[in-house]
Design a protein around this ligand. Structure first.
Ligand SMILES: O=c1ccn([C@@H]2O[C@H](COP(=O)(O)OP(=O)(O)O[C@H]3O[C@H](CO)[C@@H](O)[C@H](O)[C@H]3O)[C@@H](O)[C@H]2O)c(=O)[nH]1
Ligand SMILES: [Mn+2]
Length: 853
């Protein structure tokens, strides 16, 4: 964990709480409140890590110097006839090696200065807490089950945050009546759920996760045990829990019934099209806009509940000592019309940004995908610490939390946890200008989304509002007024920061008036953005299906910083793709979105702005060019072995006489000691960097390995497809669509079922064309190896190219192996004998071949 997490009641705090509390007291009395403490990592491990990276870069330089000079010498000694072939082959091979080296450097350099942050949540005074809007996006009731969204909403409403300062907005891009109905169901259940959570300090505050057996253990929350219990009397919790659980079961049934009814209506409407509009506002692509107030903002004074009857006579829930207020809840569905571009999630977020501006207009907003629920009720407060942290905090545009997932198989076969990114890369970036925004679990400063400059770069005395011209972002007067209210409140200095917070925190009015709701509806019409700078300079960026990377790039370029906030237990948790096909399509969308950014005005190399930290620029370059690796990779592990096969031999002395073998006759030399030493040094330093990285970040080596393995799988499948998609977009203008990831969970959540049964769906084979290149690489590998085996010859005839191809083949196969296991179906978890045999033979071939060489 990068963040030591200190809470008010100390229930979830870490062991060194006492010491931190002393710190807080001391610093509070001396100067201002200490909310965040940042420490640079300076252990011996991190120093060795930096050293190793530099050493490896040194080896790269020497290697390429040697390689290029050898190549030049060989080319010049070649007969004029073969010169161009030889030159071409050398160039291709060296280009590939240079690319791999460059990718490694781009990935490593921004990780050299990681920081750790300690957040002092307990230092936050209740009255200091600013208002917060939470945006939840949902788009498709089939891929995003309403029950998942309902749970997310409930976890937000029950978060430990003043009820009058919190507003939850749900955006429904599908325009489905069932979503509207289930939001209303969530609101009704919240009346019971929120006070229950408050009364017993329940965690996590997502009913499904709280009630389902086994879930608590897997999401880092220690299940309430009698001994740990700090709230009211234990028997009372047990009783209340039973009652609330019964109500929750009924909520589930009602949602099931709504879904069944929806399905029936859908079936009917497909048979008679005229009926289609009565269950929806229209279709998913064509419907009217709507903003509806589901729960109004409560008053600012706590309201104690009563002893309410739940589930019939004699079943009472005593809420007479609990504040029963529930935060406001708004349902929103932006207008969609056929033939218009809606910009996927980014469009929905911008509509939310405007609609919320004329309603609650909170200075900070949290963005959550419909499956990402609040797992730690203190998360919002932890995020606020970063944003309110004095002068430094005022330059923070957003606070990103790590993405964590439920329902991933224990082996994490498809590298869903992405540990290297979330626990190494983002921490490294936090030491520079801040982490990259990753789409969900992120708290934004509203002003930063209106395209203004951070205070740090603003000329003194200049107010933030000046930078934004009205015609750039608005045609609506009430909206403009709300924007100005936010921008005028932008702090100029540290002292002002506190004033701002205090002046913003009490909500402007205790309830939204009808006129505001009408205005909000106008703001989510699909023509609103025409002729404005939305998506270009304002709000979430358009033009890429990874709107997150583009949006954060624009903010960092403007000089804003961001902060990383990893809490224990995890702040938010979501669902990961359930099977390989889904996962590959997810990776494909990310890769295509990245390349879209590369070919846009937000290109990390070309986009101006001296405010971007140079290493930050490298990090953005890395996150936008990486899919091209597929081309080099496939050339190396597909093309080179294939050439070997096509030319008949790679090693035979008669190579020169067979067609196309000229290349090998010249290049093939005994593998020099220099070459072997280089390969060994490069591999060894790679391994050492990995081990040190795992040590300083606390991830397991197996996580690192998963990442490598899945990188190889995606690079030989989805990345290639992404490159093709983007080529089509650039050449023929074919737009890339936002294909949603399914949030269906592995079916059996029964604690008793074995791992194999629980993840049966995950291991099931669902063929996708994306796997074709991967399968080809595997096939070419196998055949080339067999061919080489059968060929014989003397080791003196082998050249560096061959040794390299061999080493590379082995590397590829080792990495693809677990993927092949995945293809074999569910029983593969216990190492299928067929694949073990395949792998052994492959290794044997390798050993034998090397001996023959
Ligand atoms: O037209 C659309 C498309 C998507 N969404 C919402 O966007 C979110 C993300 O979609 P999902 O398919 O779950 O994306 P992931 O595969 O999980 O992608 C990650 O990466 C994306 C960028 O590619 C980010 O937008 C996501 O927030 C982030 O979770 C979901 O809540 C959707 O409901 C919309 O509201 N409207
Ligand atoms: Mn998702």
């Amino acid at each position: 964990m990068s963040t030591t997490y200190i809470t008010k009641n100390n229930v979830y705090g870490t062991s060194d709480d006492k010491e931190s509390r002393k710190d807080v007291k001391k610093s509070a009395s001396v100067e201002r409140l200490l909310l965040v403490r940042t420490t640079k990592l300076s252990t011996i491990t991190i120093k060795l890590y930096r050293l190793m990276i530099i050493v490896r870069m040194g080896i790269f330089v020497m290697f390429f110097k040697w390689r290029i000079s050898t190549a030049l010498a060989m080319i010049s000694s070649t007969g004029t006839d073969d010169k161009s072939t030889v030159l071409g082959m050398w160039m291709v091979s060296i280009a590939g090696e240079l690319w791999f080296a460059l990718m490694w450097v781009l990935d490593q350099l921004p990780k050299m200065q990681p920081v750790r942050r300690t957040v002092y949540v307990s230092a936050l005074d209740e009255s200091m807490l600013p208002a917060m809007d939470v945006f939840v996006t949902t788009a498709d009731t089939e891929k995003e089950p309403p029950l998942v969204t309902v749970n997310t909403i409930l976890s937000i409403l029950a978060a430990d945050y003043p009820a009058e300062k919190l507003t939850c907005y749900v955006s429904d891009d599908g325009g489905a009546q069932i979503t509207r109905d289930t939001v209303a169901e969530a609101a009704r259940f919240a009346g019971l759920w929120v006070p229950f959570c408050r009364k017993h300090a329940v965690e996590p505050r997502n009913p499904e996760a709280y009630f389902s057996p086994g879930a608590a253990a897997s999401n880092g929350v220690v299940k309430a045990r009698r001994g740990d219990y700090k709230g009211r009397a234990w028997p009372e919790l047990a009783r209340d829990r039973r009652r609330v659980r019964r109500e929750y079961e009924e909520l589930r049934l009602r949602i099931d019934a709504l879904q069944a009814g929806d399905l029936r209506r859908q079936q009917r409407s497909t048979s008679s099209l005229a009926d289609g509009s009565c269950w929806r506002r229209g279709t998913a692509e064509d419907h009217a806009g709507a903003v509806e107030l589901v729960l109004d903002t409560p008053g600012s004074t706590p309201e104690l509940g009563a002893i309410s009857a739940v589930g019939g006579v004699g079943n009472h829930l005593d809420l007479s000592t609990v504040d029963v207020r529930v935060p406001a809840l708004v349902y929103m569905c932006r207008e969609k019309r056929r033939g218009r571009v809606h910009h996927g999630k980014a469009g929905a977020m911008n509509a939310l940004l405007r609609a919320s501006a004329v309603l609650s207009n909170a200075p900070f907003l949290l963005n959550l995908d419909c499956d990402h629920y609040v797992n730690n009720s203190q998360a919002l407060r932890a995020g606020v610490c970063h944003l309110l942290d004095g002068e430094e905090g005022s330059d923070v545009a957003f606070v990103q939390f790590p993405q964590r997932f439920d329902g991933v198989d224990p082996a994490d076969r498809y590298a869903n946890h992405n540990r290297v990114f979330f626990d190494c890369t983002e921490l490294g970036l936090d030491g520079l200008q801040g982490p990259i925004y990753v789409g969900t679990g992120c708290i934004f400063r509203r002003a930063a989304l209106y395209g203004v400059e951070p205070p740090l770069w603003r000329p003194h005395g200049d107010d933030a509002g000046k930078g934004t011209e009205a015609d750039k972002l608005a045609v609506s007067t009430p909206f403009l007024r709300s924007v100005h209210a936010v921008l005028m409140n932008q702090p100029e200095s540290e002292a002002e920061q506190w004033n701002t917070v205090v002046s913003i925190s009490p909500p402007a009015s205790s309830s939204f008036d009808a006129a505001a709701v009408v205005e909000a509806t106008a703001l989510v019409s699909c023509g609103y953005e025409d002729g404005t700078a939305w998506g270009r300079d304002i709000g979430w960026m358009y033009g890429s299906v990874t709107e997150d990377v583009a949006t954060s790039f624009c903010m960092h370029r403007r000089g804003w910083r961001s902060a990383y906030c990893a809490t224990a237990p995890d702040a938010f948790r979501g669902t990961a793709p359930i099977n390989l096909t889904d996962r590959l399509y997810q990776v494909l969308r990310w890769a295509a979105g990245s390349l879209e950014i590369l070919f846009s005005r937000n290109n990390a190399l070309l986009a101006g702005g001296g405010r971007l930290h140079p290493l930050q620029r490298l990090a953005y370059l890395n996150t936008t060019v990486y899919p091209f690796t597929s081309i080099f990779l496939i050339a190396y592990c597909g093309l080179f072995p294939a050439i070997q096969l096509v030319t008949g031999t790679g090693t035979g002395k008669d190579a020169a006489t067979t067609g196309g073998g000229a290349f090998f006759s010249i290049i093939i030399r005994p593998p020099s000691a220099t070459y072997i030493a280089f390969v060994a040094a490069l591999m060894l330093t790679l391994a050492m960097v990995a081990v040190l990285e795992a040590r300083w970040s606390g991830i397991a080596l197996v996580d690192w390995w998963r990442n490598q393995q899945f990188w190889m799988v995606s690079a030989t499948s989805a990345y290639l497809a992404a490159a093709v998609q983007v080529a089509l977009k650039v050449a023929a203008g074919k737009e890339i669509s936002f294909k949603l990831t399914s949030k269906q969970r592995a079916t059996a959540s029964n604690g008793a079922a074995s791992v194999k049964d629980r993840f049966a769906e995950l291991y099931a084979v669902r063929w996708t064309v994306l796997m074709v290149p991967t399968a080809m690489v595997l096939a070419v590998n196998l055949t080339s190896m067999v061919a080489a085996m059968m060929e014989g010859g003397s080791w003196r005839d082998a050249g560096p190219m061959e040794v390299f191809a061999l080493a590379f083949n082995a590397y590829v196969v080792v990495h693809l192996y677990p993927f092949a296991l995945g293809l074999m179906g569910r029983w593969s978890n216990t190492l299928s004998p067929v694949l073990v045999a395949f792998f052994t033979v492959r290794l044997l071939c390798f050993v034998l071949y090397v001996r023959i060489l």
